[in-house]
Design a protein around this ligand. Sequence first.
Ligand code: BES
Ligand code: ZN
Ligand code: ZN
Length: 497
Amino acid sequence: MKIQLITQASPSLSRLFIIDDSSDWDLLPLTSQHISYIGACVDKKQHLITFNEFGTITMVLFLQKEDATYRTDENCRQKGMTVINTLNQHKVEEVLIENLSNLPHASLLLAEGISLGNYQFLKYKQEAANLRHSLQTISILESDAGANKVAELQTIIEAVYIARNLVNEPLSYLTAPQISQEIAICSQAAGFKHTLFDKKRIEEEKMGGLLAVNKGSVDPPTFNILEWKPENAVNEQPIVLVGKGIVYDTGGLSLKSTTNSMDHMKCDMGGAAAVIGALYAVSKNKLPLYVVGLVPATDNRPGGNAYAPGDVIKMRSGHTVEVLNTDAEGRMILADGLDYAKSYNPSLVIDIATLTGGALMTIAQEGMLLFSNASSEDTKTISEVGFQVFERLWEMPLWSEFSDKLKSNIADFKNVGGRQASSITAAKFLQNFTDFPWMHIDMASMGWMYQGQGYRLKQGSGAGVRLFYHFFTAKLNHYLNNSDTGQTSGVQAIETI
Ligand code: BES
Ligand code: ZN
Ligand code: ZN
């Protein structure tokens, strides 16, 4: 999807006007008949009105204010879905959005909803050309948004598309070596540095958790470092993201046994996809922030040599883990990733993972679980951003009592803490491998959408990308506002969309 600024509408262009109860309807370039018809529709609570004049579509969207700003913003994005259905039905290729409402970012929000809702994954369809949506370009009037905001949005959308594509790709294509290839392509396109550790290097690093999970696989594991360290970075100690890159999760020898529970397990690298998308967006938009992404990758399957319940594994950190369920594999590879993160002396580490079925049971598909021992300011910021981008986070406790469930008879810990509060015991397991301000996001609830929620389409969600990107811009503003000289690298405060 292309999002661009234009100065003026040409007469044949399909247009979409955003209005609300504050708008001067006489500014609509329509006849008085059109306008009184719009009034009648709005009275009947019909808020999207479409006129078709010989193939040129004119749409008028009446926006309603919600109680909270984040709800009004989300409503505006969600209206994008209604709009694209109509535009695609009428085979419209380009639409111009004009904002006559008093919601300042309405054009950008609507463009965001339209472009996210217009996503398709057609790679494996023979009929792709016929199935492809007609809509290709969203134009925004120059008076409604700045060029930098439009370019920024375009990159964010690309990043979400990248993350969704990665989640939607099956294991038959997206093996651990292949995810590294995909990261290499993104690094070329966006400008971050990619370092790949192959199996030999992973062995030298003594990443016992990643190697154990990989033992049943026919493909080697990979460990990927994505680094964005611009010269004008405002921070010396990086923010490190760690994403679970299980390209497919069968459960291993503790094979998943519930009916259909394996059907969507290609989504188990949703955390990795979020990290890759976030690094793409920060680096392509050249945010002056030092950010590192770490992606340990393998599939998890049974096999002649697969790791087995009862095995004791020595992790990179030196801790030993008694594996009592090979399906609790995400924490095994993340633990090595978190331990590796220590080498950066990070200011903050956030891991993101489709870690526990418990997350889905807890919050359904309405949000993701957040665990944090980082500063209350960072925790508050990421929670607020979660509401703003509508990838909502809900904070769970890290009480020490939960660690008791991970005690092992023969090793430092077990890798499972029982059925109760499984998302929390998983987080407590990970905490053992941290010595820095840390947040953990369990996105098993949202990595794969079983049902579409408007522009959050069915299948791979790309969740986490917008969350991280806007968290970074918020952090950047904090750094800039708190800097003593106020002259840090000449960067101006960045508004979030
Ligand atoms: N990948 C799964 C979690 C998952 C479930 C992701 C549903 C997406 C949707 C994870 O590796 C897993 O199997 N977790 C187990 C852990 C248990 C064995 C302690 C779980 O949550 O059941
Ligand atoms: Zn598993
Ligand atoms: Zn898993």
